[in-house]
Design a binder for this molecule. Structure first.
Ligand code: ACM
Length: 266
């Protein structure tokens, strides 16, 4: 199965420019599963909830149409971040599309920093999509720091975690080695590059998009400062065997009777 990512440098608020940059990058690219960064069409550093609302869309907006066009030209299932609007609320979300249309969306459940002011927290359960027999889960950026997110996707049967990101802390790429190893899943972290200085905040995004293997190997690592695309071949069956050795199955060996603290809210 061919899986990959696109790493870009979005210009805040300029969807047309951001779409065109991706169109240039995907010329001739073919894959089965392709992941774009979090909020790739809008940029990240909002200064108000109103501004986030002004760039938000439903699942039949121009970003959905753009992603469907990417799915058609790359022959892939495509996942990319967008601001999802529903009623009065806006969510930091990611949409999965095929050449036929939108398959579904995930709304980020762990909001980072002032995202808590601009967005409503995700209100839908973590979920697995069956894509021609391959099980794909979605989490967004800062979700990585809560190991429960990847664990639940793993327990729900994910072979691959699609991970659109706008990373600003320097830890995630290393942490994904552990996330993948402890759940024996593949992950595609599609990050962005560049800087956004708006309002009181100045973010520098860390690039280094990464495909991490079920055994902790890094299969692809992008530069920290360049637009980049990579597609690699993986054998997804490897993520189905949770045995580390003849004595340790990472899911069967869990001792859930000792984990009750995990599901207490306080
Ligand atoms: C982040 O979650 N975009 C830092």
């Amino acid at each position: 199965m061919k899986i990959g990512y696109i790493q870009t440098s979005p210009l805040f608020g300029d969807k047309k420019y951001n779409f065109e940059e991706i169109e240039k990058l995907i010329t001739g690219v073919k894959a089965d599963l392709l992941v774009l960064p979090e909020l790739f069409a809008t940029g990240y550093n909002f200064v108000s909830n109103k501004e986030a609302i002004s760039l938000a869309e439903s699942q039949d907006g121009e970003t959905a149409q753009f992603l469907i066009n990417v799915a058609r030209s790359t022959e892939s299932i495509v996942i990319g971040g967008f601001i999802e609007k529903e009623g009065e609320k806006v969510y930091n979300a990611a949409m999965m599309v095929s050449n036929n249309g939108v398959i579904g969306s995930y709304r980020k459940i762990h909001l980072y920093y002032k995202e808590n002011l601009w967005f409503s927290p995700g209100d839908k359960p973590l979920k697995i999509y069956d894509i021609n027999g391959v099980k794909v889960g979605i989490m967004i950026c800062f979700d990585w720091i809560f190991p429960e997110t990847a664990r639940i996707l793993g327990l729900l049967g994910a072979d691959i975690i699609a991970h659109p990101s706008n990373l600003v802390l320097p830890f995630c790429q290393k942490a994904m080695i552990t996330r993948c190893l402890e759940n024996r899943v593949f992950a595609i972290t599609s990050n962005r590059i560049g800087e956004e200085k708006r309002g009181e905040d100045h973010f520098k995004f860390t690039g280094k998009s990464q495909i991490t293997s079920y055994n902790g190997d890094i299969l692809s690592s992008a530069p920290e400062d360049k637009n980049y695309v990579d597609i690699i071949d993986v054998d997804i069956q490897q993520a189905r065997d949770k045995k580390l050795n003849e004595f340790n199955d990472l899911f069967e060996n869990r001792r859930v009777e000792f984990y009750k603290t995990l599901v207490k809210s306080k």
